[in-house]
Design a protein around this ligand. Structure first.
Ligand code: GRF
Length: 205
């Protein structure tokens, strides 16, 4: 079966990457093939997970490429060399410029740990998202997979899943539940959906 070569971009623990790897293994993800994992940080757990799964790894460290344009040039070069058709940002802690995202319209997706348009945009990452949700007092939060454009968390929404906030939730417990109950479920589903769309477009050409 024809598959869409997919790169997963990471910066940290890689639990979302792991959800994608597991989904590919158990057949939930069948149209996208995770053929490359790229990290902008050395030594992160996500790289170990990729290595264990036998997936090719590239590191483009911010130290080596402090200039964003140079970083993105290198990133693009690696993506082209590996014939990547779909890019999944899974805990990738770097904002990509419009110049870069314009090259990959409809081909980059991101997972965000809230129900966009709440608690998103510049500065809303990691625990901060959940701290703000608790501070505001919302009773429901969740996760969103969306296309990536020049506006942080501003691209078209692909999939969302709600998670109830419990009375004794801390930012940490909420973060864990949002990951387990929403992120790790919808990221593989949305990746499959987008890969199918790309494959269909390719076949129609
Ligand atoms: C996730 O909460 C993701 O939504 C956010 O960063 C976190 C990454 O976690 N963008 P992991 O590296 O996938 O474990």
């Amino acid at each position: 079966m024809l598959k869409i070569k997919t790169a997963v971009l990471v910066s940290g623990g890689g639990t979302n990457l792991q959800a994608l790897i597991d989904a590919e293994k158990n057949g939930l993800l069948e149209t996208a093939e995770i053929s490359l994992v790229i990290s902008n940080k050395e030594g992160v757990l996500a790289l170990e997970r990729a290595d264990k799964a036998g997936i090719k790894i590239e590191v483009i460290s911010k130290k080596e490429f402090p200039n964003q344009m140079d970083f993105e040039e290198k990133l693009n070069q690696i993506l082209v060399e590996n014939q990547i058709e779909l890019i999944v940002l899974a805990g990738f802690m770097s904002i990509l410029s419009g110049q870069f995202t314009d090259r990959y319209v409809g081909r980059i997706i991101n997972i965000h740990p809230s129900l966009i348009p709440s608690f998103c945009g510049k500065g809303f990452y990691g625990l901060k998202v959940h701290e703000e949700a608790l501070k505001y007092g919302v009773k429901i939060t969740g996760a969103t997979v969306h296309y990536v454009n020049e506006t942080p968390d501003g691209g078209q929404i692909i999939m969302q899943k709600a998670v109830e906030i419990l009375e004794d939730d801390s930012p940490k417990t909420l973060q864990q539940r949002v990951m387990k109950e929403a992120e790790h479920i919808i990221l593989p589903q949305a990746t499959e959906q987008v890969a199918r769309r790309i494959l269909k477009e390719r076949e129609e050409k």
